[in-house]
Design a protein around this ligand. Structure first.
Ligand SMILES: CC(C)(COP(=O)(O)OP(=O)(O)OC[C@H]1O[C@@H](n2cnc3c(N)ncnc32)[C@H](O)[C@@H]1OP(=O)(O)O)[C@@H](O)C(=O)NCCC(=O)NCCS
Length: 175
């Protein structure tokens, strides 16, 4: 186990990028890995339409997790998680939850969304534990020869809801 008090959650910086690229290539190894140039364009983005929030979790001088969030400026209340990753050797120690706590919606109506593969049960369990619910299920699309044309996915959302008023709660109970 690690001391979570010694884990720092910091904005992603130039000095983190090579380390993150290594994790993307060696460990994550998905088909949409982020290279240094991609990460740099994210942290240096000056677009008028979108912005990114990129954060790293550092422990003992090492990147142990990171997340990249996209926000469309005209819909600031929605945050879309583009990448959320904890290094394998540091999982099930609370690092992911600590990283996610920086993103948890705090104002009523704010929401955080993420799409994950249908069979990523560990990630799904983690999201449920962190207040997300499934808001959309998109099934695999198949070609005629039964090859998968498009992989299905689950959309998970964590939305800060208004507290239910007493009147509303009583109405609900009466049904
Ligand atoms: C999902 C992930 C972020 C979890 O990070 P983590 O640091 O291990 O999470 P935490 O330690 O904060 O877990 C909190 C709780 O979530 C649940 N949880 C986390 N991982 C789980 C798993 N693999 N299976 C079941 N439950 C899990 C547990 O309830 C856990 O509490 P517990 O350990 O006390 O039982 C990490 O496993 C990961 O990065 N996976 C790869 C995700 C990925 O592929 N990202 C790329 C696409 S965006």
């Amino acid at each position: 186990m690690i001391d979570l008090n010694a884990v720092s959650i910091l904005p992603m910086r130039e000095s983190d990028l090579v380390e993150i690229q290594d994790i993307e290539e060696m460990e994550y190894a998905g088909d949409d890995t982020y290279m240094v140039e991609d990460l740099r364009s994210i942290i240096e983005s000056t677009s008028n339409n979108i912005k990114y929030r990129a954060t790293v979790a550092r422990y003992n001088g090492q990147v142990v997790g990171y997340q990249i969030i996209l926000i469309i400026n005209s819909m600031e209340f929605i945050k879309s998680i583009m990448r959320f990753y904890v290094v394998e050797d540091y999982r099930r120690m609370g690092v992911g939850s600590l990283l996610m706590s920086a993103t948890t919606p705090k104002i009523t109506g704010d929401r955080v969304m993420v799409e994950i593969p249908e069979d990523d049960y560990g990630f799904a369990a983690f999201l449920r534990k962190n207040g997300f619910i499934v808001t959309e299920v998109v099934a695999n699309e198949y070609e005629e020869d039964v090859e998968v044309e498009m992989e299905g996915y689950f959309s998970f959302t964590n939305e800060k809801k208004a507290r239910m008023t007493r009147e509303r709660r009583n109405l609900w109970r009466a049904k």
